[in-house]
Design a protein around this ligand. Sequence first.
Ligand code: KIV
Length: 281
Amino acid sequence: MSVHPSAHQSAKRPAMTMHSLMKMYSEGEKITMLTAYDATFAALADLAGVEVILVGDSLGMVCQGHSSTLPVTLDAMRYHTECVARGIHKQNGRPIILGDMPFGTYATPEQAFRSASELMRVGAHMVKLEGGAWLAPTVEFLVTRGIPVCGHIGLTPQSVNTLGGYRVQGRTDSAAQQLMQDALQLEQAGAQMLVMEMVPAALSGDITRALSSCATIGIGAGVDTAGQILVLHDMLGVTQGKVPKFAHNFMNEASTIQDAMHAFVRAVKEQRFPVNELHAW
Ligand code: KIV
């Protein structure tokens, strides 16, 4: 099966690198990130101009039908990362592939290096880990060994059992201060991107402004982050069960999946998505 170029397809663009991504960040251009788990959707995201494809462990919920991300294995992440890498190489080959490290695969720096190497070997360019300051030594260990790292703070779904549910984080002063410290320490350790999930918009704006070498990517975190991510199934309106309040179904205003992805990219670039009113937490 091939993915036909849409009317939106631009001429073949150079592949993104960490260098070009950080240049976009320093120039203030909003970064677009979307999850994908297979070759076809990865190719469509590439054609739509998405800069970073996250092979998220959300695949445990949207592809495997689990009720959390905890059952996802490194083997599953390796398989889906490889599928995504094949998909984008058939198209422009432009996005950065961000491989999510699943639960229980980065408890020590050494274990993290072994797990991350597996994902890099099948096509990931960068890996994502969930957690705050406690992960800083692991981030430094990976970065020193040639593995770019994206952090993930706020609502960290792999910790749903300690957080007591999928709820907004950083609401109290002390929780907000902790998130700020987490972000600063992850940046100091060498993380170049930081996903912030379900964090009050004002706090994520403060964190974004406090960082200078780490691009924040928001999901349910307001407009002031350096970029935005959505889970593919949420933005296509096909999520089964509860849909996060912050998600937007871009198929509402589109006639094809390709158009919806394009609309997402444009809305993020033009700062029309998200709208802060949806983030009244
Ligand atoms: O796994 C995933 O899709 C994620 C996003 C929600 C950021 O981590």
